[in-house]
Design a protein around this ligand. Structure first.
Ligand SMILES: [Zn+2]
Length: 575
């Protein structure tokens, strides 16, 4: 693919050179070729480019000397998955610190946050059906699942229960068994493409989105049906654990055709109705699989839907199914702290003020975290590499932050914001959980000294897709600024500004205390359908051209923010 693209590119380039030469050498041509309508329009749209303009230089460096794919390959192929707290994450912290220092960034260091909890590494895993016939299986352990020594050979039981009475039928029957935990998922044919880009309609919808600050905050609500389902799931997990099941097997809830989605092991605990409630609001502190002193959890794996469903049907047909499973893991609990990688390009006359950019480096473990979020990390790193290589001397200090703990609740960036810029409520990390700045933040925000020195944070964490614009996050004051900054990137398809909010990424940690934090609008590509938290989140699903453009746009935005006369306008603080 790469070769073919390169050949096509060369041919096009040769044709272009020929055309240019032919035009240039045309004898006896009219002395004013610009009078043809086509060239007049072209001249109006694209004024002569000044090669010394910093944005043109950023484009040139990012297009012609890009290192973004090399950076991403090392992070994903060589270092591999980067589960928070694990040795892979620490290695990524150290490698990125060295790389950023090697490129000439200053003050490259790791910043501890936490305590987070223990790390987890997979040492050995295999799973297959051994009776009544051999069936190799597509399966992955859940992160932080306990393991065992040797091979587990056990009968497979399908727990076919819809309520507590249904569970009772299995009392005394699960000890030492491999349990298929729930109903078989429906697998449908896919008639639509897995990969998509945003079309005009989708961009228009974003551009026309309502101002999130005008949407009233809705109290958390669940339906009686959701409550009943939540209660039953909590009871079922506790039941299977107490009954001594040797292994719990979930079907992949999304994905098919060999793609399976896998996250962390589930901890048995009472059903919590409102996941946003904080301990300060009286909610119980909920144990996580990475806690050092977690209640006992049963080993857990996820199985491809097609394989899961076959096993269910075999059991329903009266077959006695047995599986052989090896699952050996290692926990790391010497250092319960986790780390963000931080480095800077020092500013000049406004060097005490800060512009930040970043993405999260931690990933799930079944793939290599290429789209989530190696792509954002490699892009942010490439953006500062470009700025450093060009020696552009920004006025404000540019600081890159590569977060960890994002997958466990934006933890790395939330702790960072707490340590540097300001705290919420009772000053605990939990106080961030229920925050939605656009809909009124908790009453008490306590700023730290750097709160006033901060200008803006730019985040990239929606996969490999090219940047199509920016979510303004309810901050109308930045619209005209960003509109102007996007002008040189219209030809790359990045021109949409949406007043709306986007969730689930580290810019929210800044937004939570009223600091300008932005996530770019990106093309979807295969994020939801194939890569996001799946075993197929790997390097080959990355679009190299999109990555190059994204690094250029991110570099330009960060540079422009560092050069403004004023800091980035902020949203008014809620009363
Ligand atoms: Zn994620």
């Amino acid at each position: 693919m790469l070769r073919r693209t390169a050949v096509v590119g060369l041919v096009l380039y040769a044709l272009l050179i020929q055309t240019f030469a032919a035009n240039a050498q045309q004898p006896g041509q009219q002395s004013q070729p610009a009078t043809t309508p086509a060239t007049t329009a072209a001249a109006q749209q694209a004024p002569a480019r000044d090669p010394n303009d910093p944005i043109e230089r950023i484009k040139d460096e990012g297009m012609n000397r890009s290192q973004v794919m090399q950076t991403l390959s090392y992070l994903t192929d060589v270092i591999g998955p980067r589960l928070t707290g694990s040795p892979g994450m620490k290695r990524a912290n150290e490698w990125t610190r060295e790389k950023l220092a090697e490129w000439g960034l200053q003050n490259a260091h790791l910043e501890a946050w936490g305590p987070f909890g223990r790390g987890w590494t997979l040492k050995n895993f295999s799973a297959q059906v051994t009776e009544p016939q051999t069936i190799p299986l597509i399966a992955y352990p859940k992160a932080w699942s306990p393991g065992w020594k040797g091979t587990l050979n056990a009968e497979v039981i399908y727990l076919d229960a819809k309520d507590e009475a249904g569970l009772e039928k299995y009392r005394g029957k699960l000890k030492g068994a491999i349990v298929l935990t729930g109903p078989p998922p429906e697998i449908k044919a896919r008639f639509e493409a897995l990969g998509t880009r945003r079309d005009e309609k989708s961009l228009l919808r974003l551009a026309d989105a309502p101002d999130p600050t005008t949407i009233p905050r809705r109290p958390f609500q669940i339906t009686p049906q959701q409550r009943a389902e939540g209660l039953f799931q909590a009871k079922k997990l506790q039941f299977m654990t107490d009954e001594g099941a040797a292994l719990l097997v979930d079907p992949s809830r999304r994905g098919d055709g060999g793609t399976i989605f896998v996250q962390g092991a589930t901890v048995p605990q009472p059903f919590v109705e409102n996941p946003f409630a904080t301990p300060a609001q009286g909610a119980p502190r909920r144990p996580s699989a990475w806690d050092k002193n977690v209640p006992r959890i049963a080993p857990q794996i996820v199985l491809a839907g097609e394989h899961y469903n076959r096993l269910v049907r075999m059991i329903q047909a009266g077959e006695k199914v047995k599986m052989a499973v090896n699952l050996s893991v290692e926990f790391q609990d010497k250092d319960l702290m986790s780390y963000n990688t931080i480095a800077e390009i020092p500013g000049t006359d406004l060097k005490d003020e800060i512009v930040m950019l970043g993405g999260h480096m931690d990933s799930w473990h079944a793939g290599t975290g290429a789209t989530d979020n190696g792509a954002g990390v490699a892009t942010a790193m490439e953006a500062v590499r470009i700025l450093q290589a060009l020696n552009l001397k920004p006025r404000r200090t540019i600081r890159i932050a590569l977060w960890s703990g994002e997958e466990q609740g934006l933890l790395g960036s939330r702790y960072y914001v707490m340590q540097h810029f300001g705290t919420l409520g009772d000053g605990t990390i939990e106080a961030f959980r229920s925050t939605n700045f656009n809909q009124g933040m908790p009453p008490k925000m306590t700023p730290r000294a750097d709160y006033e020195k901060f200008s803006a944070y730019f985040n990239l964490d929606n996969g490999t897709g090219r940047i199509r614009g920016v979510y303004l996050q309810g901050n109308e004051g930045v619209r005209s600024i960003f509109r102007q900054w996007l002008t040189p990137f219209r030809e790359m398809g990045a021109s949409t500004l949406s007043i709306s909010n986007t969730g689930g990424t580290d810019h929210l940690s800044f937004d939570a205390i009223g600091l300008p934090g932005f996530q770019f609008i990106q093309d979807e590509i295969e994020y939801e359908t194939r890569t996001h938290h799946s075993n197929q989140d790997v390097f080959d699903r990355i679009q190299a051209d999109d990555m190059k453009q994204n690094a250029i746009i991110m570099a330009a935005f960060v540079y422009k923010t560092a050069m403004m006369n004023e800091k980035m306008p902020r949203k008014p603080l809620p009363q």
